[in-house]
Write a protein that binds this ligand. Structure first.
Ligand SMILES: [Zn+2]
Length: 68
C-alpha cells in the first residue's frame, strides 16, 4: 500500500504539487500536465500515474526524494 505516500502527498505544499503536476513528460506533447492521477508506489519512491491533459495518453511522474 502507498498509504505513507498518499499522506505525504496531501501534506505537501500546494505550490510544490502544482509544480510537479505541470511538469510531466508525455511522449506526444513533451512537457504536459497530469490529470486524473493516482498515487502509486514503485521501487524509486512515490509515483503519480494519470493522463496527459492535452492528448489523454497515460503518463507517470516520479516524485523524487520520497522514500519508503
Ligand atoms: Zn500528451
Amino acid at each position: 500500500m502507498a498509504k505513507k505516500f498518499i499522506k505525504y502527498w496531501h501534506k505537501m505544499d500546494e505550490k510544490e504539487k502544482q509544480k510537479i503536476l505541470k511538469n510531466v513528460f508525455c511522449s506526444n506533447c513533451f512537457v504536459t500536465e497530469i490529470v486524473d492521477y493516482t498515487i502509486g508506489e514503485e521501487n524509486c519512491g512515490l509515483v503519480l500515474k494519470g493522463k496527459c491533459k492535452t492528448c489523454g495518453k497515460d503518463v507517470a511522474r516520479v516524485v523524487e526524494g520520497v522514500r519508503k
